[in-house]
Design a protein around this ligand. Sequence first.
Ligand SMILES: Nc1ncnc2c1ncn2[C@@H]1O[C@H](COP(=O)(O)OP(=O)(O)OP(=O)(O)O)[C@@H](O)[C@H]1O
Ligand SMILES: Nc1ccn([C@H]2C[C@H](O)[C@@H](COP(=O)(O)O)O2)c(=O)n1
Length: 230
Amino acid sequence: MSPSSPVPVLTIDGPSGSGKGTISRLVAEHLGWRLLDSGALYRAVGYAAGMEGLDLSDAEAVTRCAQHVKIRFQAAPDGGDTHVLVNGHDATDELRTETAGAAASAIASIPSVRAALVDLQLGFRKAPGLVADGRDMGTVIFPDAPYKVFLTASAAERAKRRYKQLKAKGLSVTLSGLQREIEARDTRDASRAVAPLKPADDAVLVDTTGMGIDDVVAKVLAVLQPRPAA
Ligand SMILES: Nc1ncnc2c1ncn2[C@@H]1O[C@H](COP(=O)(O)OP(=O)(O)OP(=O)(O)O)[C@@H](O)[C@H]1O
Ligand SMILES: Nc1ccn([C@H]2C[C@H](O)[C@@H](COP(=O)(O)O)O2)c(=O)n1
């Protein structure tokens, strides 16, 4: 990278449960790059709005909340999951629930809420590079990113992964209920007017159905390799 060239960004977009968070973290660790979990920002706004007792469809009130909320990512001392502090409260566990995901998806369809989070996201672009995980990383926030991936997997496989993850945490969930929630969230995220969930025109599509995590990491890292001249 020359001193004048922009900091490289790898965007990893995709639907819920496709593995964006897991793969982004592993790829960022491998590269020694920073990580932006943009979904956590929308989850934090939805959570903060809930704590204030706001009606999530009140666009003005939720936008004010998005403009003022203090969100901080804190590395776990034991090397585990990064903690997310919302207005000083460690909300890591609350933010990972499907309820928080649905609230995030609802407030994320408000254009002024999205606008309130743009500068915060752009601020993550620092040397030596950034892996950015979300729904609109490659299309809206970092359209000039040199590397873009769109991760998918069948809804049934994504529901199975989520089921395993939540069961391991001791939560009482059903596979069919999770699949319904995942599909409802995908539909809302993909059909909103602003920054809908969709692959960037120049993204590499990776269908992870039936693939293990290590194979997906390898496939994503391959996107960063220079292509042989034709
Ligand atoms: N290729 C894979 N094979 C099997 N399990 C996977 C794979 N990728 C991710 N997982 C598991 O699936 C679960 C969901 O993954 P993850 O949270 O990374 O998805 P996500 O796309 O970030 O979801 P969300 O958008 O809802 O935050 C995790 O338990 C993760 O370990
Ligand atoms: N760039 C982004 C990231 C997330 N959202 C919204 C839509 C998602 O359903 C919700 C939660 O995201 P997750 O943590 O599951 O990745 O947040 C968005 O609109 N744009």
